[in-house]
Design a protein around this ligand. Structure first.
Ligand code: BT5
Length: 340
């Protein structure tokens, strides 16, 4: 197996990790109140020295913990770090996220997920990374991936004809836009085919990769990048101008764990819906999209087309009505929304 070492997922001494999590849960539940070392030791059934060691381990993870003799410990700062046990807490999905591989840094979660899928990883397995050194966009473009955002890829094994595979991107966009709306209470919209937009700027993108043989899909990897808490100046000027983050839009640092959990929940919901009846996904896509009805320029392989975005068809292609009254159907491209 090529799976990278994942210390959080496969601890050497699971019982030690368990105590650390228990101590963290107790401290979190007491909010600003101190909890004595004695109480922590009693509740966990370990020595006070062991409690102290776990506290030090939490501090190494970035938690601010105030320790006052005769009063005990309390949390003063939660790090903006994804932790496997936090992500899994209360996550009741059946397929998506049943298996989670979390890394501090990878080249690309999509590339890693494709490798895992080829080696037989289970459907719904998710690869998440705090940052990427070789994040990928479409057509060989780069996805810049500094710390503070979400980068994840989900392995899917849908039993659908290949021509329907592009609908997976649309399904993913519906799930991500719904998750952003639910977790951050902002009006995220979908720009065909793979962008998530907020206030007229890009806040996320999806990249679907597939392995197929003849007319059968082996596996699909749905990659999602969401700009959450990074400083915009982490991006070069030209991209910065076209980009926003959830923190900028809401005026506060977003809880990435809660957002990620929501993304997994919505993916499970919309993937199930898609397998049952893809028309339901297309209807929701239409409700959440910002492309249809607008004058657009679509650039792709064969140059640029200008016209009115009229509809999407059953394979997720965009139908454009040109100024001469004829219609064109495009399967891929970059859409710019024009002022009409
Ligand atoms: C996309 O491509 O929008 C797909 C992005 C998918 C990224 C995820 S992250 C997890 C998974 N693992 C990967 O390696 N990829 C996926 P596209 O429509 O081609 O847009 C790419 C363009 O967006 C670039 O050429 C830049 O102009 C711009 N861009 C790059 N990084 C960005 C960022 N962090 N935020 C906003 N725009 C960005």
């Amino acid at each position: 197996m090529l799976y990278f070492p994942d210390p959080d997922a496969r601890p050497l001494y699971p019982e030690l990790l368990m105590y650390k999590e228990k101590i963290l849960n107790i401290l979190r539940a007491s909010h600003t109140e101190f909890v004595s070392g004695e109480e922590l030791a009693r509740k966990c059934g370990i020595s006070r020295t062991m409690v102290w060691k776990h506290i030090k381990a939490l501090e190494r993870e970035g938690f601010g913990i105030e320790a006052v003799p005769s009063r005990g410990y309390r949390i003063t700062n939660e790090p903006d770090t994804l932790r496997l046990s936090d992500i899994k807490q209360g996550l009741r999905t059946k397929v998506v996220g049943k298996e989670i591989h979390l890394y501090p840094e990878v080249a690309s979660t999509n590339t890693l997920a494709m490798e895992m899928a080829a080696q037989g990883a289970t459907e719904g397995a998710v690869v998440i990374s705090e940052m990427q050194t070789g994040g990928k966009g479409r057509l060989g473009r780069k996805w810049l991936s500094p710390k503070g955002n979400l980068y994840l890829s989900v392995i899917l094994r849908p039993d659908i004809p290949i021509y329907k595979a592009p609908l997976i991107t649309l399904m993913g966009a519906v799930a991500v836009a719904s998750a952003v709306r639910a977790a951050c209470e902002v009006e995220a919209a979908i720009k065909w085919p793979n962008d998530i937009y907020l206030s007229g700027k890009k806040v996320g993108g999806l990249l679907t990769e597939m392995s197929a043989e003849q007319d059968r899909i082996r596996h699909v990897v749905l990659g999602i990048g969401l700009d959450v808490n990074m400083k915009l100046d982490a991006l070069p000027d030209d991209i910065q101008l076209l980009t926003t983050t959830l923190a900028v839009e809401t005026g506060k640092r977003a809880n990435r764990t809660a957002l990620l959990r929501q993304v997994l929940i919505q993916l499970e919901r919309w993937y199930e819906a898609f397998l049952r009846n893809d028309a339901d996904v297309l209807n929701e896509w239409e409700r959440l999209n910002m492309t249809l009805g607008n004058r657009v320029a679509v650039s792709g392989h064969g140059g640029t087309l200008e016209g009115r975005a009229q509809a999407i068809d059953g394979e997720g292609r965009l139908i454009i009505k040109l100024d001469d009254g004829t219609s064109r159907t495009v399967a891929a491209g970059d859409v710019t929304i024009l002022k009409s």
